[in-house]
Design a protein around this ligand. Structure first.
Ligand SMILES: Cc1ncc(COP(=O)(O)O)c(C=O)c1O
Length: 385
C-alpha cells in the first residue's frame, strides 16, 4: 500500500497560509490548471474539434470515477450539481401508500430540498432522525436511531455518508441492509466521503450516490458525478439531451430523431456534458486521487488529525468515538465562553482557514496540508482555548 508524504508542491498555495478547508473547496492542482489553460486555448480554433472530442473526455471521467468506487462506468452519469443528481434519482422513486421518506438532522440542503419536494409531490411524509445531543458519543446512538426508524412504510432514505457539518460517519452498510429488507430506496450524498477515504460500492445496498466534484475529487465547481444502480436504467431523466441518444455520435444525422437512450446511466447525464474546460480539471483530479488512492489519503490525514483530536479531547471539546469519526473532517465545539465567529476571525488573522457551521468550527485536512502546519495550529489552540 502506498504511503503518502505531503503533496503541497503539486498545488499553488500561498506560502504561510494554512488552508484547512478542503471540505468547502479544494485548491487547484498545478497540473489541472495547465490542462484547463490548454483547454481554453483549444477553443481559439474550433475547427480542430472532432465529433469524437464531444464524448472522449466524458468517457474517461466516468471511467476514473467508476474505478474510484469499484463499479462499471455504465452506472455513472455526469451532472452539474448534487441537487441535479438527487432530482434525477427521486423522479424515478415510487412512493409507498401512506409512506414516508427519511433523512437525518441538518442534511445538506441540496438533498433536503429534493426530498421535501418529492414528499409533497408524492403524498408521503418527511421524517428527520435527530441525534441525542445529551450523549457524549452521538454517532453510535444516532446510527442506531436511523436504522430503527426505517420500516415497512419507508419509501426512500436520502442522507450523507459523512455528515458535512461535523464529519460524523454513518453506518451505510447497516442502513442499506435495512432499506433492502423493507423495500426502501437508499440515496447517498457521498460528497464528503468519496476521494477522501476508500469506498467500494459492491459492498453496499445503495441505489444511488451523488458526489460534488470540487472538494475531495479536486475538480472544478459546477461538475458533479452520480452512480445509478441498474434498476434506474429504464427511468426518466429530468431533461432530454440529444447527447444521450443512441444516434448522438452521428452528427450529420441528428434529426433522424431516435427514441432510444444510450445504455446504462447515460440518460441522466446533463446536456452539453462535454463541458470541455471543466472536464479537463475534473479528469486530472480524479486521476490523481486514484493514483494516490483514497486509502493512502485517509492514512495521511490520520497523521494530521490524531494530534488535533488528542488536544481537543484533552480540553473536553471532542467526544466522538473513533468508530464514527473520520480523519479528514473534525468539528470543534468551542467552549461556551468563546464566540465561534470571533474565534474564526482570530484564526484567519493568524492565517488558519476553516469553516464555521452552526456553532462549531469545521476543520478539514487533505494531502496539501503538512504536519508542520498542524503543529502551528495546535500551538495556537493551546494558547487560545
Ligand atoms: C454534503 C454536501 N453535499 C452537496 C454539496 C453541494 O451541493 P450542490 O452541488 O447541489 O451545490 C455540498 C457542499 O458543501 C456538501 O457539503
Amino acid at each position: 500500500m502506498m504511503n503518502l508524504e505531503c503533496q503541497k508542491e503539486l498545488f499553488t498555495l500561498t506560502e504561510g497560509i494554512h488552508y484547512f478547508n478542503c471540505a468547502s473547496k479544494s485548491p487547484l492542482l498545478k497540473s489541472a490548471e495547465l490542462l484547463a489553460v490548454k483547454a481554453v486555448q483549444y477553443q481559439r480554433h474550433p475547427f480542430h474539434l472532432k465529433d469524437v472530442d464531444f464524448f472522449s473526455e466524458v468517457e474517461n471521467v466516468k471511467e476514473e470515477f467508476a474505478k474510484l468506487i469499484n463499479t462499471s462506468k455504465n452506472n455513472i452519469a455526469i451532472i452539474p450539481s448534487v441537487s441535479y443528481g438527487f432530482a434525477s434519482m427521486l423522479k424515478n422513486v415510487s412512493p409507498k401508500d401512506n409512506g414516508h421518506a427519511l433523512t437525518i438532522r441538518d442534511e445538506f440542503p441540496s438533498g433536503y430540498y429534493a426530498l421535501e419536494k418529492w414528499c409533497i409531490d408524492n403524498s408521503n411524509s418527511l421524517k428527520i432522525v435527530n441525534p441525542i445531543l445529551s450523549e457524549s458519543e452521538v454517532g453510535k446512538s444516532w446510527n442506531h436511531q436511523v436504522v430503527e426508524s426505517i420500516n415497512d412504510d419507508t419509501s426512500v432514505v436520502l442522507m450523507s455518508a459523512i455528515h458535512w457539518i461535523n464529519g460524523l460517519k454513518f453506518d451505510i452498510q447497516a442502513i442499506g441492509k435495512k432499506c433492502k429488507n423493507v423495500g426502501a430506496k437508499l440515496l447517498i450524498d457521498g460528497t464528503q466521503m468519496l476521494g477522501a477515504m476508500p469506498f467500494d460500492i459492491s459492498k453496499y445496498d445503495i441505489d444511488g450516490i451523488v458526489c460534488g466534484g470540487y472538494k475531495w475529487l479536486f475538480g472544478p465547481y459546477s461538475v458533479a458525478l452520480a452512480y445509478f444502480d441498474d434498476a434506474f436504467f429504464n427511468g426518466k431523466p429530468i431533461e432530454e439531451s440529444w447527447m444521450n441518444r443512441v444516434n448522438a455520435r452521428d452528427f450529420k444525422n441528428l434529426t433522424n430523431y431516435n427514441d432510444n437512450y444510450l445504455e446504462g446511466a447515460s440518460r441522466y447525464c446533463v446536456g452539453e456534458t462535454s463541458n470541455f474546460i471543466l472536464m479537463a480539471i475534473l479528469l486530472e483530479g480524479l486521476k490523481q486521487v486514484n493514483e494516490w488512492t483514497p486509502y493512502a489519503i485517509q492514512n495521511y490525514c490520520a497523521k494530521l488529525m490524531s494530534p488535533v483530536r488528542e488536544i481537543m479531547i484533552k480540553k473536553g471539546l471532542y467526544t466522538e468515538a473513533e468508530a464514527f469519526s473520520v480523519n479528514h473532517i473534525l468539528s470543534m465545539q468551542l467552549p461556551s465562553s468563546i464566540d465561534p465567529t470571533n474565534f474564526k476571525q482570530k484564526l484567519e488573522e493568524n492565517k488558519f482557514f476553516v469553516s464555521q457551521r452552526g456553532n462549531a468550527l469545521r476543520l478539514s485536512f487533505n494531502v496539501f496540508n503538512s504536519e508542520d502546519e498542524v503543529a502551528k495550529f495546535i500551538s495556537f489552540l493551546s494558547v487560545n482555548i
